[in-house]
Design a protein around this ligand. Sequence first.
Ligand SMILES: Nc1nc2c(ncn2[C@@H]2O[C@H](COP(=O)(O)OP(=O)(O)OP(=O)(O)O)[C@@H](O)[C@H]2O)c(=O)[nH]1
Length: 215
Amino acid sequence: MAKQYDILFRLLMLGDSGVGKTSMLRSFTDSDFESSHISTIGVDFKMKTLEMDGLKVRVQIWDTAGQERYKTITKQYYRRAQSIVFKHLCYPLPIELLFCLHQLPCVVLQFAPHQVQNILVGNKSDEQLNRQVPLELGVKLATSYGMDFFETSASANHNINESFTRATKLVLQAHKSDIDNLIGSLDEYLDRVDLQEESPSSPQAECGSQRTCAC
Ligand SMILES: Nc1nc2c(ncn2[C@@H]2O[C@H](COP(=O)(O)OP(=O)(O)OP(=O)(O)O)[C@@H](O)[C@H]2O)c(=O)[nH]1
């Protein structure tokens, strides 16, 4: 059976309730959009496989509840993520809220692993009439944390693939040498197994030669 994937990464989405985390995930994995808001309880996840740098990369994307009362649960997942997608720039929000968000990456990074890769996303970019956060501010905030920034729309399926693919790519780059080493030792192991199978002393080879003799 063909290998389903070569490597698995975990991506975590964080952001206030209603910013569109579940919608982005559905748009990415199911090309679907739901206009009603059903709040996530605790943590949910979906999977998708991407082809990248000759590898099949399986991404497990955790969708966390934005509601305050689930914060203790969602915090436990920071540690296990290789990438965090911050979705705190919800465009219909008043601009003052943006400044509270400066706190968030610092808090998260205390709990997340050292090598965690982060991107910042401003969702609902289709709601241009309600826009209260200019693009430049999003870019500035992301730059101050050394993150990439994407404006997305789950409803218009804009920049959804691009943002998840970028987060995955960053993780792949960050773990490149570990992955190369792993693949190197796996290739060596498979070569050794091939050699053993071809060797005349192996039971399979003997069995094969007996069959030849019988004919
Ligand atoms: N116009 C527009 N509406 C969106 C977009 N993304 C999500 N919404 C709407 O915003 C509301 C909240 O979306 P959700 O995806 O449930 O938000 P969430 O961040 O997962 O919320 P919690 O689970 O409570 O944390 C829903 O009514 C969605 O239809 C978007 O890109 N554009």
